[in-house]
Unconditional design. Structure first.
Length: 672
DNA sequence: GCGATCAGTT
DNA sequence: CACAACTGATCGC
């Protein structure tokens, strides 16, 4: 819960995300996203009255936020006073004191925050310096480096203060599985269920909050099944979201709600009814998106956790993890940082203690040089003319250039890779200002799900860890591999460190698919579910943008290949599959088919086969879009660019299963 | 009656 | 152990 009071020390005449008390006097208002806890006072009669007499007061937000806000009649009175500002378009605003006529100019730039549809960060530039208000955000490691407008003259802007979303700024929340990993996990769970028969349905037990649209659209996109929701009028002008939603209950994916949701959750009843239109009982599983987090050194487990016979929790987070926050802030390296949130169980001082070392020290006021890697190199020459923070020499800053799709603007050569098979939902993501970078890439990446120790909640039945077993046949574009840097995929061998435990997580996907059995794996003791993390925690951060946490990529790569090998012909969605006994509960089927205790030996050999294939010279066919960009954009200024021979060495050692010195690897790749 | 606040729940 | 939303009780206008 944000404890930001609405005002920044540098620009106290504007108010952001708070509209009560002192903020009633603001010359301008800003709303970062449409969540209630950032809208305090926004519909209060006092503010409404003020608006009626102060005609120059406006509310600035993203176009999507405006749309969502005005959907609610309670906020309609704002209609004439909301100014939608396009993402990444520096815009000058005059802050006028209506009593004195005093005027101050400020330039604001909206940057995508990846928190929910329309969510943005605000970058303010004015006479009191450049400040960044992050609102709530979920940005993967390295994403700040790709935000062009955070840079100037090839460097990170000199930022005076950051007002930071510190929701998870505590080492407890060291990592949260990436959006892509979570999405993949949920996708495969849903797929494994709804492909059994038309009467197998999934209920996504989501809160009434913006932020799940991206989940719905991705599931719908991948599975070709619309999502049943109660309301969709807020998306009426967002066709790319709208097309994936329906208010018609005869679909297999539901996100409809009910006041007594918990009862439904426990009894696996669908809020909109328990039988199909022709009175056939529906087989329902429920999935509750929840934040799951993992400590730095914790064991691995899955992003899907089974909580009952037919109920699951799936990892889903709207906020950046501890390591993502640290990456973000250390990249920006401002003079000051102000936490917007004090997480429960910690204090302002503790949070500051964590964040202060990531800021510029008071001794060294010189902004640190931030090499921009490819971003810098790919900047066009003409851009240099508008660099060096000189926006105020120009009375009316205009957009820096013709607006390109986000990724194009930021990382042109990555776009060449991903834009080839135009992702049909890219427009949507753009339009919602949410998660563009990661989503787009992950739809190709087929990120998978493994992460460390679960924060199981003690509720409902004892939890059963479950793992989704295989991935959908993601069509990867043929991708160019950076020839300069050794590729992890070439060297990594799945069975390096595969223990029996590890294998349990990887029953053959061909097996699974062949029988249309569930792709879930249940394990009652939880101890044996985790994938041996030795290797993957050493895995280098070779994802490109949309990059995830720094581990688990090895598994991701493996699974992607495994899946594609075993599963290419499987495209038939929503067809009845007679082989499966519809009435058998998922748990039973999983036990029957995927019992960890008797993983058939041929499964292992199949794995080996796959791994062999992975090492074939034509591996590039299967290579994820994981270019080397992260090496070229070190996440900290101190980070050393790994040398080719080092990487070569590292990968070879890992590939052959030999020990390497972990600290050494970390010093190349990770910050501390 | 409405809204703000708080505690509790999910 | 979180979030974001909701519910219900209480208080004040």
């Amino acid at each position: 819960m944000s404890s930001f009071q609405g005002q920044m020390v540098e620009y106290p005449t504007i108010s952001i995300d708070r509209f009560d008390r002192e903020n009633l006097k603001a010359r301008a208002y800003f709303l970062s996203h449409c969540h209630k806890d950032h809208m305090k006072g926004l519909r209060a009669p006092t503010l409404k009255r003020r608006l009626e007499c102060s005609l120059k007061v406006h509310l600035y937000c993203s176009p999507v936020t405006k749309e969502l806000l005005l959907t609610s009649p309670k906020y309609r009175f704002w209609e004439k006073r909301i100014v939608a500002i396009e993402i990444e378009t520096p815009t000058q605003i005059s802050l006028i004191d209506e009593a004195s006529g005093e005027k101050e100019e400020i330039v604001v730039t909206l940057l995508p925050a990846g928190h929910c549809p329309g969510s943005v960060m605000f970058l303010f530039q004015g006479n009191n310096g450049t400040v960044l208000y992050t609102g709530d955000f979920r940005l993967a490691k390295g994403e700040a480096a790709r935000m062009e407008l955070l840079h100037s003259g090839g460097r990170v802007r000199d930022i005076q203060s950051v007002y930071l979303d510190t929701t998870f700024c505590d080492p407890r929340f060291y990592q949260i599985p990436s959006r892509g990993e979570c999405l993949s996990g949920i996708l495969e769970l849903v797929r494994s269920w709804i492909t059994r028969s038309p009467y197998h349905v999934v209920w996504l037990n989501c809160k009434a909050a913006y932020g799940y649209a991206y989940l719905f659209t991705n599931l719908s996109e991948e599975l070709g099944v619309q999502v049943h929701v109660d309301k969709l009028d807020m998306f009426r002008n967002m066709p790319d979201i709208l097309q994936h939603l329906t208010t018609e209950r005869s679909t297999q994916i539901h996100a409809c709600r009910h006041p007594k949701a918990e009862e439904y959750y426990q009894w696996n009843k669908l809020p909109c009814g328990t039988t199909s239109k022709n009175k056939i009982p529906l087989q329902t599983i429920s999935i509750k998106p929840s934040t799951m987090w993992f400590g730095e050194r914790s064991r691995k487990t899955n992003v899907i956790v089974r909580t009952g016979e037919s109920s699951y929790r799936a990892c889903f987070s709207f906020h950046s993890s501890y390591s993502e926050i640290k990456d973000f802030l250390s990249y920006i390296c401002p003079m000051n940082v102000y936490p917007n949130v004090i997480p429960v169980g910690t204090t302002l001082d503790k949070v500051k203690e964590i964040l202060k070392p990531l800021c510029r020290s008071s001794q060294n006021t010189e902004p640190k040089y931030k090499p921009l890697g490819k971003l810098k190199r790919f900047r066009r020459v003409h851009l240099d003319s508008e660099e060096e923070d000189d926006l105020f020499d120009d009375p009316l800053p205009v957009p820096l250039r013709h607006k390109l799709p986000y990724q194009l603007t930021l990382h042109p050569e990555v776009v060449l890779l991903t834009a080839v098979p135009q992702n049909p939902s890219e427009k949507l993501r753009k339009s919602t200002g949410c998660c563009e970078v990661e989503s787009v890439h992950n739809s190709f990446l087929a990120n998978f799900i493994d992460c460390e120790e679960s924060n199981s909640e003690s509720e409902e039945e004892s939890e059963i860890s479950a793992s989704v077993q295989d991935l959908d046949p993601v069509v990867l574009p043929q991708q160019k591999v950076d020839a300069d840097v050794p590729q992890w995929e070439v060297f990594f061998k799945r069975n390096d460190n595969v223990t029996d435990e590890g294998l349990e997580n990887f029953p053959s996907s061909t097996e699974t698919r062949g029988s249309q059995s569930p792709k879930l794996f249940s394990d009652s003791d939880g101890e044996s579910t985790h994938i041996s993390s030795q290797n993957s925690s050493q895995s280098t951060h070779i994802t490109e943008q949309g990059s995830q946490g720094w581990d688990s990529q090895a598994d991701t790569v493996l699974l992607s290949s495994q899946d594609r090998n075993g599963d290419n012909g499987f495209l038939n969605k929503s067809v009845h599959r007679p082989k499966v006994k519809d009435s058998v509960p998922a748990s039973q089927m999983e036990q029957n088919i995927l019992s960890p205790k008797d993983t058939p030996s041929h499964v292992k050999s199949r794995e080996q086969d796959i791994l062999e294939e992975k090492r074939l010279p034509n591996y590039s066919t299967y290579t994820d879009s994981q270019s080397s960009s992260d090496f070229e954009i070190p996440s900290t200024p101190e980070a050393e660019l790994p040398k080719q021979e080092h990487l070569q060495y590292l990968y070879e050692r890992l590939a052959t299963g030999e020990n390497i010195v972990v600290e050494k690897a970390h010093s190349w790749i990770f910050k501390n």
